[in-house]
Ligand binder design. Structure first.
Ligand code: DAH
Length: 445
């Protein structure tokens, strides 16, 4: 039952002409109760909300293409943490337990909702962050590791948000015995010496404080040392990524108190870029629950053929960070729109080569144009993310921005059926505004 009309503005920007065939597609599951994802079949249920356009992204793994900006950035960060284990081929389907519960997310956390995350069924979802793999990676016994992967979140459409993006998780654990703690102190000294001679200005905050406390099971001295090691490690990474020469203006970094369910103390880090503070990553001292869960090897039966011999995770203390690769690559390569990362146009891809950061040169000769669409919404309402997924399934990466421009109207105007939307989009191919629907709609009389 349709009862309310709404009007939405799409900003369509094409990087090259597209074929005229655009169809509203939905996942085809009428004939079967299963869907196939990366060659594995999954049962669908009332929770299923993954779409075909998302399924199509799963095999692409842009971060594993060495001459793609995301692959180049990944290698650059990996070369900074050269003695860490580098993981980058972890399966994107996880359980809600891996994504949330094992990391201490509360049961009512909004990230769990079907409007925010892609569910395959009630027991399986696409990871929403690389932290979903912390427990299983710690459980292998790795003490220093980086894990890069594609992550999936239902989101609105604009030039800096896309439902698939790439994150890198980094972590390091230290033994809490005398030798382990002496090791942290020595590493802190050498990192501090390096940073003291570098062209960087750091606005710091206390490593632990009443509002950003050490964990009850941690010795506060150990927690301080590990938080300092985290800060020094991240500051030196930022210097590698964003630092200029000695004669350039110093890199400005600031540390901010944060909250994550899986770290305490927790921090966010920003850099000053073109006069604005930009958030680069989140990090903190790993919650002991995560290391305890790794020690219990809760994921063992799911992921590993045999337990790692050096498992002793509960006697460790460690730090972790998570960063979004697109956001950093957009700055370093000057890429203005997140959708460009998915381009297969040679005019995009041929601009980049392995191990080189080069400035992106725009190439599209098509100007952007606006299209307004009005349609009836279902009686129970329509979440903006549901509409954005529909738009993505119809126009793919043509839509740069989707905004509700007119709010909701009462019944009685007109409904735009899926066929009409389809025809409307065909007409958008000539980029004329003639067939654009009116901005102002008559109100029901
Ligand atoms: N997983 C977080 C996110 O997606 C980022 C993050 C924050 C990762 C803090 C961490 C961390 O490892 O310690 O927003």
């Amino acid at each position: 039952m349709l009862s309310v009309a709404t009007s939405t503005r799409l900003l369509l920007r094409r990087h090259r002409p597209l074929p005229l065939t655009v169809r509203i597609r939905n996942i085809s599951r009428a004939s079967s109760n299963e869907i196939s994802i990366l060659d594995q079949r999954y049962e669908v249920d009332g929770t299923t909300n993954i779409t075909q356009s998302i399924i199509a992204k799963l095999p692409l793994r842009l971060h594993n293409q060495p001459a793609h900006p995301l692959g180049i950035l990944r290698s650059k960060i990996e070369s900074h943490f050269h003695d860490f284990a580098h993981l980058s081929s972890v399966h994107p389907v996880v359980t809600p337990a891996q994504n949330f519960d094992l990391l201490g997310f509360p049961p009512d956390h909004p990230g769990r909702s079907v409007t925010d995350s892609y569910y395959i069924n009630k027991d399986c979802m696409l990871r929403t962050h690389t932290s979903a793999h912390e427990v299983e990676t710690f459980a292998t016994g790795q003490s220093k590791w980086l894990l890069t992967a594609d992550v999936y979140r239902r989101d609105e459409i604009d030039s800096s948000h896309y439902p698939v993006f790439h994150q890198m998780e980094g972590a390091r654990v230290f033994k809490t015995d005398k030798a382990g703690i002496e090791g942290v102190k020595a590493d802190n000294q050498s990192l501090s010496r390096y940073l003291d001679q570098s062209n960087i200005v750091i606005e710091d905050i206390p490593h632990i404080s009443p509002t950003n406390p050490a964990q009850p099971t941690h010795d506060p001295v150990h927690s301080e040392l590990v938080a300092l090691n985290l800060k020094l490690s991240i500051n030196s990474l930022l210097l590698k990524l964003f630092g200029g020469g000695a004669r350039d203006a110093p890199l400005q970094v600031r540390w901010i108190e944060a909250y994550f369910p899986f770290t305490s103390p927790s921090f966010e880090v920003e850099i000053l870029y073109q006069g604005k503070w930009l958030e680069i990553l989140g990090c903190g001292v790993v919650q002991q629950l995560t290391l305890d869960n790794a020690g219990k090897c809760l994921c063992y039966s799911l992921f590993f053929a045999r337990p790692h011999p050096s498992l002793g995770i509960p006697d460790n203390i460690g730090w972790a960070f998570g960063l979004g690769l697109e956001r950093i690559a957009m700055i370093l390569f000057g890429i203005p729109d997140i959708r460009l990362f998915w381009s297969t146009d040679p005019r995009f891809l041929s601009q980049f080569s392995e191990n080189k950061i080069t400035a992106f040169k725009p190439y599209s000769k098509y100007p952007a144009c606006f299209k307004d669409v009005s349609f009836w919404v279902p009686e129970g309402g329509l979440h903006e993310n549901d509409f954005c997924d529909l738009v993505r399934d119809v126009v793919g990466d043509l839509a740069e921005d989707v905004k509700i421009v007119g709010g909701l109207w009462s019944r009685g105007f007109f409904s735009l059926t899926s066929t009409a939307i389809d025809r409307f989009l065909h007409s958008s191919q000539d980029r004329s505004q003639e067939r654009v629907l009116p901005d102002k709609l008559p109100v029901d009389g």
